[in-house]
Write a new protein. Structure first.
Ligand code: BEZ
Length: 194
């Protein structure tokens, strides 16, 4: 896969004739959209698991010391909870650029927490992209996140903001919670009942 996925995403014309598009967020989009939207609703998608397996050398790390950010892993029977945004199509161009480090648009069925489904888009970084890091022991991933900083800020903030946002949505995500516990410990924070 090309290092920069912007052009690949522009060729993905699935919703081009729509006035509005639903976009599913499972990472930083849950706590900070960074774009204008028409509507925002808690939602989930089936068949995907959130994992901190994507490297970030442009936002939460550097080429010399990449951070780790969330991507989705195809997983039978899994559910990934997040936040759905109804956006106008002009939002996608800047998002393609912002997420050019390996993320590709994928069409998914969004299931709203308060009922109803719709087709929408999600950005996923698959294992064939150049920035993909994959699995590692939880201590290794946590240390990498605790130490990495990039143009968008400390990698730890991305993880801990996501952990807080998922708790606020009443979502239990064992992978995120375990990583957050380790990073807080590395930061010297006292353990609590989380
Ligand atoms: C997200 O926060 O859900 C996200 C958005 C774009 C690319 C990857 C993840």
């Amino acid at each position: 896969m090309a290092l920069d996925t912007t052009q690949q995403n522009r060729r993905m014309t699935h919703f081009n004739d729509h006035d509005a598009i639903w976009l599913f967020g499972y990472g930083s989009l849950i706590w900070k959209a960074g774009f204008d939207y028409l509507e925002r609703r808690p939602a989930h998608i089936r068949g995907w698991t959130r994992r901190f397996w994507q490297g970030s050398h442009d936002h939460r790390g550097t080429p010399a010391a990449p951070g780790r950010v969330a991507t989705l892993l195809p997983t039978d029977g899994a559910i990934c909870h997040g936040m759905a945004y109804r956006i106008t199509p002009d939002i996608l161009g800047p998002l393609d650029v912002r997420e050019k480090n390996g993320y590709l648009r994928e069409v998914v069925t969004l299931r709203f927490a308060d009922g109803g489904t719709t087709q929408g888009l999600v950005y996923i970084a698959t294992e064939d992209n150049a920035a993909y890091l994959g699995d590692a022991p939880v201590e290794t991933i946590a240390r990498q996140i605790a130490e990495a900083h990039g143009p968008s800020g400390p990698n730890r903030d991305y993880l801990l903001n996501l952990d807080e946002a998922l708790r606020a949505l009443d979502v239990e995500d064992a992978h995120v919670a375990e990583l957050a516990r380790h990073v807080r410990h590395l930061d010297g924070e006292a353990p609590d009942a989380r």
